[in-house]
Design a protein. Sequence first.
Length: 256
Amino acid sequence: MTALRTLTAAATTLALALALGGCGGSDEAAAKTKLTVLAAASLTNAFGELRTAYQREHPDVAVQFSFGGSQQLAAQVREGSPVDVIATADEPTMTGIKEYVGSRKPFATNRLAIVVPEDNPKQVRTLADLGRSDVRVVLAGPTVPAGRYARQILDQADVTVRPKSEPADVRQVLTPLRLGEADAGVVYATNVTGAGGSKLTAVSIPAKQNLIATYPVATVDDSAHPREAKRFARWLRSEQATKVLTEHGFGEPGTT
């Protein structure tokens, strides 16, 4: 009987310990700071890897990304959405919300490229080819950084393009190409390298016709977690984060 009581007591103690351990784990998860980061759509793949690295190094923070066109992200900040950090694909968009954010720091660069189906049926080789009447071209909308950049380099090359469609997100430029509804588009070079398995390929734009897109990051003034927001924005410019971004095809700030 005594042995039975001893076993029962031990079992009860173990069950209580497990229950408390479970509660502790739940409390620990609930105690994590949820950091909301708005990021340009072209950063989607790289930021997925960066989140894993950051949370491994900072287990007290759960990073939540929301991706979209930079102009859409800026509108969310202006409207007072609960945001902690914003990373855009261009400096003008960030400057447009300077009264809502802290100091803006560059953390990556990018270049544009022509994207075509893998077999390139229209034999698009240059910017001039995008002006041909038989080539269906997709450009991001004129308020989207990638769309504005594309129009800038086309204007400088004296090439007139009447886009078939003008999506509000640079990654959406790839969709009609995948579906066979377009022959070419202009996107960031990283959009093509990050579109694995999509049967799309890039046509390089010569440096003298191309431009460098600089990506800045800033904390939002109304952030509910200013300390954690600053820490993440600073980490995004660290050697560790730069290494990941470089592996995804981005350049370092100040490089060409």
